[in-house]
Design a protein around this ligand. Structure first.
Ligand code: F6P
Length: 541
């Protein structure tokens, strides 16, 4: 295992050598220039981390030890690196140059991808222009994406992030939860004759999605529409044509993708249809182009300047050598409000693993708990803990240098807050500085208050800046995180591309469902049995 390797052992010893970051900055004026990187439209300042040149060199050695470079090539060339499911991992093919060749089982998947992109182009053009009519002849005004996990989070996050570019006479809604409140709320807002339902499911077997899809179709048919009208109002995004047909959607209204696209990496495929409907195919292709730029940066840039690799190594540094369990993503960009939720699936479903690729329990920590909120809202909620709490949370701060609006001084104030927070986290405030600020007080009062006003500092952050939030920048940003997650999975020796941990709960729900419907009680622990009984007894029929 990687934790037995020489660079790992050297990193363990190196932790104690590090000085407070304040001191590192005071001693070394070149720190910002040395510990920053630029590529694919993004600028990363990682100088406010607990690192020196030695730290970074050891981390690069660790990447070498794990053969990150070799694994990157294995992914890009279509090797079946998802070993438990015997699948290639080729979300990069979804945004590859049209003239590239990537073979899976002798088939050039780039050609397949381009075919579906062309299909999306024709369809989105018709809906957006009003040529595609609902069953009464009305144009489509509302699009409802029904999907969950990767078939929801990506399209929902990107549609919100690119709202500035949205066609204004089309509204978008996302239904994911099996809680009937979700679909009821959305159906309460839309009209059957002008609504397009997108049923998004890689497997087309997901309980939540199929239940919501049936509810939507029943609602649609109850409005007076005929069965034949379903074709104008329901389309499917899936790898499973047989299940789409069985649901009653004509395969002519189906957009395909392939088993080498992981659900949480699928927004670049037809799963992004709602994005393309919202912002147009030209902007969707820009999103892909941004991701492609990041793919090139990731594949070809030396690790010293490679943004996803640097972020991954810093994450490993804190997770494995400082024992820090969580990581915050803090976009100072209202458009990116859903980015942390999106990244929770991308990161935690990928790297929340306890055995290595050979099935042996790992002897080191793997993926962190990821969370976050847009700034400045977070500042008035949980930043107290970030600054003075006993838990250290490494953070990514993200901001556009220029806004997409022209509202007064807002953006300058936003930038000031963004810059101030990382400085405060890094510098902190010493007891002496706190006392100096309280010079007006009596000595006794000063001494009593100063410890409460002191900040330990030395709290790590990455600052990620982009010129403005365009589809291209967003594509690059998302791909950056995908590759960061990939590199971390390689270092930890795990398979980042399956998600067996979600199965047990699904199976048990399947056992409990008939019991709730009145079937015989199954074999459960006393707590679960008691809760089942409680629900049955108190349920109003
Ligand atoms: O339950 C987890 C999961 O399999 C995710 O990985 C996936 O994104 C989600 O369910 C939805 O799956 P599908 O697109 O097949 O409905």
């Amino acid at each position: 295992m990687i934790d037995q390797s020489p660079p790992w052992k050297a990193l363990v010893e190196h932790v104690a050598e590090l000085k407070h970051m304040r001191e590192l900055f005071d001693r070394d004026p070149g720190r910002f220039d040395r510990f920053s990187a630029e590529g694919a439209g993004l600028f990363l300042d990682y100088s406010k981390n607990r690192i020196t040149d030695k730290t970074m060199n050891l981390l690069f050695d660790l990447a070498g030890e794990a053969d990150v470079a070799g694994r990157v090539e294995a992914m890009f060339s279509g090797s079946r690196i998802n070993t438990t499911e015997n699948r290639a991992v080729l979300h990069v093919a979804l945004r590859a140059d049209a003239d590239q060749f990537i073979l899976v089982d002798g088939i050039n998947v780039v050609e397949q991808v381009q075919g579906v992109l062309d299909q999306m182009d024709v369809f989105t053009g018709k809906v957006r222009s009003g040529e595609w009519k609902g069953y009464t002849g009305a144009r489509i005004t509302d699009v409802v994406n029904i999907g969950i996990g990767g078939s929801d989070l990506g399209p929902r996050m990107v549609t919100a992030a690119l709202d500035h570019y949205r066609q204004q006479d089309l509204d978008f809604h996302f239904v994911s939860n099996i809680d009937g409140t979700h679909i009821s709320q959305v159906l309460g807002k839309v009209r059957p004759e002008s609504t397009l339902f997108i049923i998004a499911s890689k497997t087309f077997t997901t309980q939540e999605t199929l239940t919501n899809a049936h509810t939507a179709r029943d609602w649609f048919l109850r409005s007076g529409a005929a069965q034949a009208d379903v074709a104008r109002h329901f389309v499917a995004l899936s790898t499973n044509e047989a299940a789409v047909r069985e649901f009653g959607i004509d395969p002519a209204n189906m957009f395909a993708f392939w088993d080498w696209v992981g659900g949480r990496y699928s927004l670049w495929s037809c799963i992004g249809l709602s994005i393309a409907l919202a912002v147009g195919m030209e902007n969707f292709r820009e999103l892909l182009a941004g991701a492609r730029e990041m793919d090139k940066h990731f594949r070809t840039t030396p690790f010293e300047h490679n943004i996803p690799v640097l972020l991954a190594l810093l994450g490993v540094w804190y997770r494995n050598f400082h024992g820090l369990e969580s990581h915050a993503v803090l976009p100072y960009d209202q458009y990116l409000a859903l980015l942390p939720a999106y990244l929770q699936q991308a990161d935690m479903e990928s790297n929340g693993k306890g055995v290595n690729r050979d099935g042996i329990p790992v002897t080191h920590a793997t993926g962190p708990i990821l969370w976050g909120e847009p700034g400045t809202n977070g500042q008035h909620a949980f930043y107290q803990l970030l600054h003075q709490g006993t838990t250290v949370v490494p953070c990514d701060f993200l901001v556009a240098v220029n806004p997409l609006h022209a509202v007064g001084e807002h953006h300058t104030i936003l930038l000031a807050n963004f810059l101030a927070q990382t400085e405060a986290l890094m510098r902190g405030r010493t007891l002496a500085e706190a006392e100096a600020e309280l010079a007006d007080l009596e000595p006794q009062a000063r001494e009593a208050l100063a410890p409460h006003k002191a900040f330990p500092g030395n709290r790590p952050s990455n600052s990620l800046l982009y010129e403005r939030l365009t589809p291209r920048t967003l594509g690059s940003l998302i791909a950056m995180y995908e590759h960061k997650i990939f590199v971390q999975g390689v270092i930890w020796g795990i398979n980042s591309f399956d998600q067996m941990g979600v199965e047990l709960g699904k199976q048990l729900a399947g056992v409990i469902l008939p019991e709730l419907r009145g079937g015989a009680a199954g074999v459960h622990d006393a707590s679960t049995l008691g809760l089942i009984r409680h629900c049955i007894d108190r349920r109003k029929s």
